[in-house]
Write a protein that binds this ligand. Structure first.
Ligand code: MN
Length: 129
């Protein structure tokens, strides 16, 4: 008997690089999550407001509005402020973590994206086993 796997939660991935989007989506779906995709901050904010996902993976370097600015907007909006936001960036330097926390990010994932790291940070934030 084949049952559809239960979806653990819906995760919004905001990421402009197609290869990173494809990888994050593959990993999260394999781990049992439903994935919403946005390739820029404006689309990400609109999807977050419309669908209120359980968690957001937010690329910091986006065309136009940055992921940090998008996070500030989400955290100022009563509809979206409770959604955990995990920042993703390859360029974490001294001071960057403080900037991410100041913008309201709830966590941080270093790129390149690895299966175990992504699943662990999401599961920890959502309280999944
Ligand atoms: Mn990017």
């Amino acid at each position: 008997m084949k049952n559809k796997p239960t979806i653990k939660a819906t995760i919004l991935v905001v990421e402009d690089t197609p290869a990173n989007m494809a990888l994050a989506t593959l990993i999260l779906e394999k781990a049992g999550y439903a994935v919403l995709q946005a390739a820029n901050a404006a689309d990400g904010i609109a999807l977050a407001r419309a669908d209120v996902p359980g968690l957001i993976m937010m690329d910091i370097q986006l065309p136009g509005m940055s992921g940090l600015e998008a996070t500030r907007i989400l955290k100022a909006d009563p509809v979206t402020r409770a959604i955990p936001v995990i920042a993703m960036t390859a360029f974490a330097m001294k001071g960057d973590e403080e900037k991410m926390l100041a913008a309201g990010c709830d966590g941080y994932l270093a790129k390149p994206i690895h299966y175990k790291d992504l699943v662990a940070v999401v599961a920890a934030r959502l309280g999944m086993p």
